[in-house]
Structure formats: structure tokens, C-alpha cells
Design a protein around this ligand. Structure first.
Ligand code: ADP
Length: 328
């Protein structure tokens, strides 16, 4: 989702340029460059040990880099700029003996909010994420999910211009994970640049505008999720139809290569009415609409789907290609 330019006015773009970081002899980041523009949600993906946390810690100024730099709107990142940043670390933790409201106020003030601003913003967030009855309760009495929500609120209460989230959905049940996804999208729509790491591939497509795939300290795939999926598509469609297989194949004629056909397991289903799904690949020079018109004369078409690879499939493909090449 591209936020409009008015909302982006005053937004911050985060860039890293040529980051290198070694732990002893091990190079955890090997020349990583990337950018997150205002209003965009960029997913940092990669297998365990790829270097995601190292990258995030360098961006947050917790770790120093051996080479390369972190830039905000083209200028080197300073400690002052951290006031405009929200950060949800992977290791979660709230001060257990503090009350929930007290804790949230502490984080809000840390980010430069006045008491009045903080109370107003926090009341709104608490209501929206349904933790409003918890203001005066002790942190130690919160369930894990509630504590996660409070921590998320602490990271975003000051409406950060750059938001860094390390595994933001871990620990949430599906319903609350969806709420958090909605809130991340809302922040991006208001112009926040969001960088998040996740290994939850099933959510990447719904959540991220762009992805960066890190493997062994290097970026091996980067781009808009939709464009990456489109470029990994090899012309396959899944066509679900009712009717005879022979008639379907005849209807295709020379237009397509017919792949697997899924038939219902239950033989008691009427052989001519049961739905089947065939994979077809159009031959060059043939149009889908003409092909479907030919097939529709022979069988009833129920559904046609373009079979683009999922982000998970692209991820596995890119990591295994890279690993094979580096082993060779
Ligand atoms: P990810 O977050 O993608 O799982 P990390 O950035 O945590 O990856 O780690 C990248 C690599 O660097 C891993 O091989 C890890 O073992 C190593 N590493 C991370 N932190 C340290 C450290 N403090 N000392 C030594 N090696 C480390």
C-alpha cells in the first residue's frame, strides 16, 4: 500500500548501505544495503542465523558495524533521531513490578511525549487493543498475549516515523495477530516506514509491501512481494471444471500443455459431474480467453486461478539455490 504524498510529508526514509559485521571470524553481515521508504512495510526474512537480528541491532545503534552506514533521509543516523523510532525487540520484557499504565507512560515519556499527550494517546491505544481495563493492574498479572499487546503499544505510542519490529506476531493467537497486523498497516498508511523481521511466511504476503530475503549475511532476493510472485510465475493456471476429462483435453486443443488433473477420491461421485482441477500451461501465442472459450464449449468451467508461487515457495527456492551455489 502506497501512502499518499501528503501523509508522507515529514516522513523518514531508512537506508542501510554496505553493512558488514563479523563475530570473530564469522561474517554475519556481508555488505547489506536496503531502504525502507515512508509508508512502506518491508519484511526482513531469512532462515535462523541469516543475520536479521544483527541487522536490526545495528540499525537501532545497539551494535556497531565493521563497515557501512545507517542513513535517515540520506544523512547519517544519530542518537537524536532515535526519538522518531519505535522498536519492538525480539526479547520481550516489561518491568514486572510496575503497573501497566505506569509502564506505558514511562515509554511514552522516554520518546519525548508530555504527560498529557501520553495519557491521551495511550487511552486510545488501550481501548483499540482492548487492554483498557488493565491500566492500574500489575504487569505480572497480565497474560502473555496481553503483555505482548502492551509492549507493542509501548513501541508505537509516540507515532514513530520509523518502526522496527523484530518478530512482531510471535506469541499472538490468530485473532490478536490480525489486530496487530491491522495496526501496523494503519501506522504505515499514516506515513511510518516499517521494517519487520518475521519467519511467519503465511503472513508475509498479507502484511508486507516489499520483502528482503537475507541468507548467510547477504540479500538474495528483494522487491515488491507482488512483483516477485509475478516474476516467479511460469504461465500455469489451475482450471476447475465439471465434465469429462477427454472433452476438456479436446477443448484445450493445441493451446496448452495439460499437467496434473486432480479428481475427487470418492468414486461414488457421478463421473461426469464431479469437479476436477487441471493444471494447464498456455503455449506461446495463445490467449487465455480464447483457450477458455474452447474449453467452455466442452465442459462447465467452475474456477480459473493463476498459479503464482507463494512467498514461501520463492523463499525456499532462493535459499536452496544460494546454498547449492555456495557449497559448489
Ligand atoms: P537471525 O536473527 O537471522 O537468526 P543473527 O543476526 O542472530 O541471525 O545471527 C547471525 C549469525 O551470527 C549466526 O550465525 C549467529 O550464530 C551469529 N551471532 C549472532 N550474535 C553473535 C554473537 N554475539 N557472537 C557470536 N556470534 C553471533
Amino acid at each position: 500500500m502506497e501512502a499518499n504524498s501528503n501523509q508522507n510529508a515529514g516522513g523518514l526514509a531508512l537506508e542501510v548501505d554496505g553493512l558488514v559485521k563479523s563475530y570473530g571470524d564469522y561474517r554475519a553481515l556481508d555488505g547489506v544495503s536496503m531502504a525502507v521508504r515512508p509508508g512502506r512495510i518491508v519484511g526482513l526474512l531469512g532462515p535462523n542465523g541469516a543475520g536479521k537480528s544483527t541487522l536490526i541491532r545495528i540499525v537501532m545503534g545497539i551494535l556497531g558495524a565493521d563497515a557501512g552506514q545507517v542513513l535517515v533521509n540520506g544523512a547519517p543516523w544519530t542518537r537524536d533521531a532515535l526519538r522518531n523510532v519505535g522498536y519492538l525487540p525480539e526479547e520481550r520484557g516489561l518491568y514486572k513490578d510496575m503497573k501497566v499504565g505506569e509502564q506505558a507512560m514511562y515509554f511514552a515519556k522516554l520518546h519525548g511525549m508530555s504527560k498529557q499527550e501520553a495519557v491521551l494517546a495511550l487511552r486510545g491505544w488501550f481501548e483499540r487493543l482492548e487492554v483498557d481495563g488493565w491500566w492500574d493492574k500489575k504487569v505480572e498479572d497480565l497474560s502473555k498475549g496481553m503483555a505482548q499487546k502492551v509492549q507493542f503499544i509501548c513501541a508505537v505510542v509516540h507515532q514513530p516515523k520509523v518502526l522496527i519490529l523484530d518478530e512482531p506476531l510471535s506469541g499472538f493467537d490468530p485473532v490478536n495477530a490480525r489486530r496487530i497486523v491491522e495496526e501496523i498497516r494503519r501506522l504505515a498508511a499514516s506515513g511510518t516506514a516499517v521494517l519487520l523481521s518475521t519467519h511467519d511466511m503465511s503472513r508475509v504476503e498479507a502484511l508486507c509491501d516489499e520483502v528482503l530475503l537475507l541468507n548467510k549475511g547477504k540479500i538474495v532476493m528483494a522487491g515488491e512481494s507482488e512483483a516477485l510472485r509475478e516474476s516467479g510465475w511460469h504461465g500455469e493456471y489451475a482450471v476447475t471444471y465439471c465434465g469429462s476429462d477427454v472433452a476438456f483435453a479436446r477443448g484445450l486443443g493445441a493451446s496448452s500443455i495439460l499437467g496434473d488433473v486432480d479428481r475427487p477420491d470418492d468414486p461414488s461421485e457421478a463421473p461426469t459431474r464431479a469437479e476436477r482441477t487441471a493444471l494447464i500451461t498456455l503455449r506461446s501465442g495463445f490467449k487465455l480467453s480464447d483457450t477458455l472459450a474452447g474449453v467452455a464449449d466442452a465442459v462447465d468451467i467452475v474456477e480459473v486461478r493463476k498459479l503464482r508461487p507463494t512467498m514461501q515457495e520463492l523463499f525456499i527456492q532462493a535459499v536452496s539455490t544460494e546454498n547449492t551455489e555456495s557449497n559448489a
